[in-house]
Design a protein around this ligand. Structure first.
Ligand SMILES: *Cc1c(COP(=O)(O)O)cnc(C)c1O
Length: 422
């Protein structure tokens, strides 16, 4: 469910026609719906009602400061993967006691920053990282709350680039070594063994991988108890999918699948939803520049590109594409929707059935809230698009469109002419 709907053939973001925003802001542009974001957060919270669960929004999905503030105000914590994300969510008012730090390659600086901010816990992904955190904590004369991230060795059946819980993946600690790890961690100075974590992948539509993951981590928690290690937190990661084209399981079913094997453990649950909170709450609007017919194909060339939204080529992702102004019913035509960037991978859709489209028209790329703007780059020296948040009948520019100065910030021109010593 989201608040991007048609009224008399015009696409609205909540109470505002999308075309009105575009008139003021231009294209390409990201538009988020605050009402949708709040709704999604409440639905997830309700799904876990009656349990001791902390929702840590996986902010890598969409990390604009205003979005972080919105979630923080609703009581969310955050799952971060870098010092940059830590600074961002603290700036937006996050409570450090609700922040967990994930990722396979934390630097000393990042560990220091996390310990100094006194976040809830660091999710550890390897033995050397465990030693490093202990060392840094000792140097800072602090205790580091850590949680070991276990790789439960299962295949959630999603695209390989968003699947993280398989034994071949770089993430987590092998199931078979987890007990040894905890025994070892217990002997290291300045570590507090706070929890156990897992995260099996993203855009998971079926509940069975969650059940399996839950069963496996529950087994570990019991084994560890037998070893005299009582963990306070069980962090189950994120991963619930959204309906780009597929039918994901609803949040209530997801919650009961996840919690089923864990109910009797009496541990505090952490979940790290990303995509499910923000994916459908955002669209990217782009203008048609040209319609180009070749011998074999029709190309709709738009002013947005892979540098603005890379998911189609990176994950073979499907995004619904809709006209911002509907023009009555005509037969659908097959077209590739492509951007101006000099790469064949620069497309939003291939062989897509679309209503007839003309130059100048606006198209909305739906469900672009998650892993959209955050992956934008300046490739081809294209300024990054602005981000807009709509709230009822008002909209706010929460990130301006970049300009040429932004593009060359930090660069300098040195003279590299061949000199006499050449
Ligand atoms: C990316 C990530 C998430 C969020 O995944 P979604 O599929 O967006 O819900 C949660 N936890 C960790 C550790 C992640 O890397």
């Amino acid at each position: 469910m989201n608040y991007f709907d048609y009224r008399d053939g015009r696409l609205f973001a909540e109470e505002i026609p999308v075309s009105e925003i575009v008139q003021r802001i231009g294209t390409p542009v990201y538009i988020y719906s605050a009402r949708t974001l709040r709704r999604h957060f409440r639905i997830i919270r309700q799904a876990f009602e009656g349990t001791d669960t902390l929702i840590c929004y996986a902010m890598k999905a969409l990390s604009n400061l205003s979005i972080l503030k919105l979630f923080s105000d609703l009581g969310a914590g955050f799952d971060i993967v870098s010092a940059g994300e830590l600074m961002r969510c603290l700036k937006a008012g996050a409570d450090p006691e609700k922040i967990v730090f994930s990722g396979v390659g934390k630097t000393d600086h990042e560990i220091e920053t996390a310990l100094t901010a006194d976040i809830l816990m660091i999710n550890v992904e390897s033995r050397p990282e465990l030693y490093r955190i202990s060392e840094v904590a000792r140097r800072l004369r602090r205790d580091a709350r850590v949680s070991l991230r276990v790789n439960p060795d299962l295949d959630p059946g999603t695209h390989p680039h968003i699947s993280t819980g398989h034994r071949d993946s770089k993430f987590g600690i092998p199931l078979s070594q987890v007990r040894e790890y905890y025994a070892e961690a217990r002997s290291l100075p300045n570590l507090v063994l706070a929890g156990l974590s897992t995260h099996i992948g993203s855009q998971i539509t079926d509940t069975s991988p969650f059940v399996e993951a839950g069963r496996k981590v529950a087994g570990i928690v019991r084994d560890l108890r037998a070893d005299g290690i009582a963990l306070k937190y069980l962090d189950l990661g994120g991963g619930l999918g959204i309906p780009y084209q597929e039918e994901p399981s609803d949040p209530a079913k997801y919650a009961s699948a996840l919690l089923g094997p864990l109910r009797e453990l009496g541990v505090k649950i952490i979940i790290e939803p990303g995509r499910v909170l923000v994916g459908n709450a955002g669209i990217m609007v782009t203008r048609v520049l040209y319609v180009k017919e070749t011998d074999v194909k029709r190309f709709v060339v738009v002013d947005g590109a892979m540098n603005d939204l890379i998911r189609p080529v990176l994950y073979e992702a499907y995004h619904e594409i809709r006209p911002v102004e509907e023009r009555g019913h005509s037969a659908l035509e097959t077209a590739d929707v492509v951007g101006p960037v000099c790469e064949s991978g620069d497309f939003f859709a291939r062989e897509r059935q679309l209503p007839p489209v003309e130059a100048g028209e606006l198209l909305a790329i739906m469900s672009a809230g998650a892993y959209g703007f955050v992956m934008a780059s300046n490739y081809n020296s294209r300024p990054r698009a602005p981000e807009i948040v709509v709230d009822g009948s008002r909209f706010h520019v929460v990130r301006e469109r970049e300009n040429f100065d932004d593009l060359v910030r930090g660069e300098s021109i040195v003279s590299l002419r061949e000199g006499p010593d050449a």
